[in-house]
Write a protein that binds this ligand. Structure first.
Ligand SMILES: Nc1ncnc2c1ncn2[C@@H]1O[C@H](COP(=O)(O)OP(=O)(O)OP(=O)(O)O)[C@@H](O)[C@H]1O
Ligand SMILES: [Mg+2]
Length: 603
């Protein structure tokens, strides 16, 4: 099936286009249509007679793309550079709903037409995505489109390292040996980053690559470090990195703030800020969406209310159409000033949701707690029995109302059409209800994924953590600890530290007096911080652990290493000295001791 927007040939049963994420469900898409750029389509295709007869075309906004000429010109220029071997990173920044994802999709379409391969990695707002999630998605999609021989040729020696974070590589190459392990955490991570980078640069030799990283404000720190590493290496390759993020979410404390700062300092990122559509563009949009010339008042009120935010505009059009306030071609169409246009984007969503059945709304509330994306079975196991019976009917209702959509290439998975819809539903729930739902979801996930829980540990930690007061607190601590250990194995040290800290906070909130466990967690936290390069904080954690358990070899050694790495020679000497004294008592011989000896004896 060809995608109407970008022309990519997709599988016959695909719901969404692999290249640009456009829904393929419309009947016209099922026909073999040649590639058409939507911009051109929107502006130059004469309307068919049916268009005029159609009821309000409030589904149409998905097919049109208005304005953004300047931004698209910059993006085309960046793509042209990348295609000629000068790879770079371009960031699209702006408020929620302003069109970052959509603009990136439009570039994807264009890039596909220019012969590039496009892959998407999406970060999700729910904490609980596995480490390196956007990269995992990109590499996984790549691997799924290749046969074993191609993967072997393109990944070469890097395959074993990449397989550590993307298990699909191992499925494709079952005879792949394990990557030799490295004890130095920095080297281990360098090798992983280098492997991914070498592979991508190699892959782009065959066909240029556009890698779209959506919602980077939700990326884990490890993914951002990999992005930074890759950006520094692609200057002479045919790779365009296209990132999007909500600038309003990136405070000074945000991990992305640091990444952007580093890249800007070295002039390695080009940022395009998206603002609201102007009045004329909103008018053009309404013209296409509503059919027939919209009245001046309508354009004026919509533009004023929405400030040209396309998401807001679309939702307003849908609402007005659903409420019968827009009747295409009708002479009785209300004047703009008589229309009840909601004050804010949340109000418009609220009013749209009010039009759905109560069962639908209850199901959507549960889904909003699972996350932006969820599986049918996850939902079925969480909702009450009477809702479960009508689940499919309710889902159909939400799909028809454009509240949910199917996730491309993932049977049985759905997502909210926009994250703001999920946020609105989630925010409406009371705190006790949220906690109760998180607990139920956690329990459902435990049952559903009991055979292979590893990849779901982060989500389990999130749900049991959010249900802390109302749920099984011991489980919340346990999953956080296990998620930390898993992140550590995946070389996502910052994530590991985050989870160990969660586990410790849980222990403290619960006043669990398990001191051995506390020391063990502090040790793990100290090690994760040291591996992440935060030596001063690592020393603090090791010292906290030593207050309760002063003679643990690994903790003293960790403290010595952290002190040494932060150039605190005096403290490092003390700890190495302690280590030697401890070893003398126990009469053990370990390689760390030889180093400690050299260190303390050094003048
Ligand atoms: N220039 C445009 N023309 C027509 N429709 C647009 C345009 N820009 C965005 N849209 C539509 O507006 C809606 C919101 O856009 P999009 O999802 O890209 O916003 P976003 O900036 O990525 O928001 P978020 O930060 O929440 O992810 C989508 O339905 C999209 O198709
Ligand atoms: Mg987006």
């Amino acid at each position: 099936m060809y995608c109407r927007r970008c022309g990519r040939a997709n599988r016959a049963d695909a719901a969404f286009c692999d290249a640009c994420g456009t829904r393929l469900g419309e009947s016209a898409d099922r026909a073999l249509v040649p590639p058409v750029h939507s911009d051109t389509a929107a502006h130059s295709t004469p309307p068919s007679p049916q268009d005029h007869l159609a009821a309000p075309r409030h589904h149409l906004p998905e097919a049109v793309f208005v304005g953004r000429q300047r931004e698209m010109a910059s993006l085309h220029a960046a793509l042209a550079e990348a295609l000629s071997g000068r790879g770079r990173l371009v960031m699209l920044a702006g408020e929620p709903g302003i069109g970052k994802t959509r603009t990136a999709q439009e570039l994807s379409v264009y890039a596909t037409q220019r012969g590039a391969q496009v892959f998407w990695g999406r970060c999700y707002e729910n904490p609980g995505a596995p480490p390196y999630w956007p990269w995992v998605q990109i590499i996984r999609s790549y691997v799924r489109e290749r046969d074993a021989e191609q993967i072997r040729a393109e990944m070469g020696g890097a395959a074993a390292d990449i397989a550590e974070i993307v298990p699909d590589v191992r499925h494709a190459l079952p005879d792949l040996p394990s990557a030799p392990s490295l004890t130095d955490p920095e080297q281990a991570r360098f090798r992983l980053f280098d492997s991914v980078t070498t592979f991508l640069i190699n892959a782009a030799r065959g066909q240029p690559l556009v890698l779209a990283l959506d919602n980077l404000h939700w990326a884990d720190r490890a993914s951002l470090l990999l992005l930074e590493f890759l950006t520094r290496e692609i200057g002479a390759s045919r790779i365009l990195l296209l990132g999007t993020y909500r600038d309003i979410e990136v405070s000074r404390q945000h991990p992305l703030f640091e990444t952007l700062g580093e890249l800007s300092r070295d002039r390695l990122q080009y940022r395009i800020a998206l603002r609201g559509l102007d009045r004329e563009e909103v008018g053009h949009f309404l013209d296409l969406a509503v059919g027939g010339q919209p009245t001046e008042e309508l354009v004026e009120s919509v533009h004023q209310r929405t400030e040209g935010n396309p998401f807001f505009v679309i939702e307003v059009v849908r609402l007005l159409a659903q409420e019968g306030q827009l009747a295409s071609g009708s002479a009785h169409r209300p004047r703009g000033s008589a229309m009840k246009i909601p004050e804010g984007v949340r109000e418009v969503i609220g009013r749209r949701l009010n039009r759905l059945s109560p069962a639908c709304n209850q199901i959507l509330s549960v889904a909003s707690v699972i996350g932006r994306e969820f599986g049918l079975e996850e939902l079925r196991c969480t909702v009450d029995a009477f809702l479960a019976e009508s689940l499919l009917d309710s889902l159909e209702e939400t799909l028809a109302a454009h509240i949910l959509e199917e996730v491309p290439q993932a049977e049985g998975r759905f997502q909210f059409t926009h994250v703001l819809i999920r946020e609105t539903l989630y925010d409406e729930l009371t705190a006790p209800r949220r906690a109760q739902l998180h607990r139920r979801i956690g329990e459902a996930l435990e049952t559903l994924y009991s055979a292979d829980i590893g990849p779901h540990l982060a989500r389990l930690t999130h749900h049991f953590g959010e249900a802390f007061q109302a749920g099984d607190r011991a489980k919340a601590v346990e999953y956080a600890e296990r998620a930390g250990a898993r992140a550590d194995v995946l070389l996502a040290y910052e994530e590991a530290a985050h989870y160990y800290q969660m586990a410790l906070d849980g222990l403290e909130r619960e006043m669990m007096l398990d001191q051995r466990r506390r020391c063990r967690l502090l040790l793990a936290l100290g090690e994760a911080r040291r591996k992440a390069g935060d030596f001063a904080q690592a020393l603090v954690e090791f010292e906290r652990s030593l207050q309760r358990d002063p003679n643990r070899f690994r903790t003293i050694y960790g403290a010595a290493q952290a002190a040494e790495a932060s150039n605190n020679r005096k403290v490092a000497s003390e700890y190495y000295g302690k280590l030697l004294a401890l070893a003398a008592n126990r009469d053990t011989e370990r390689p760390e001791l030889a180093y400690a000896k050299v260190f303390v004896e050094r003048p």
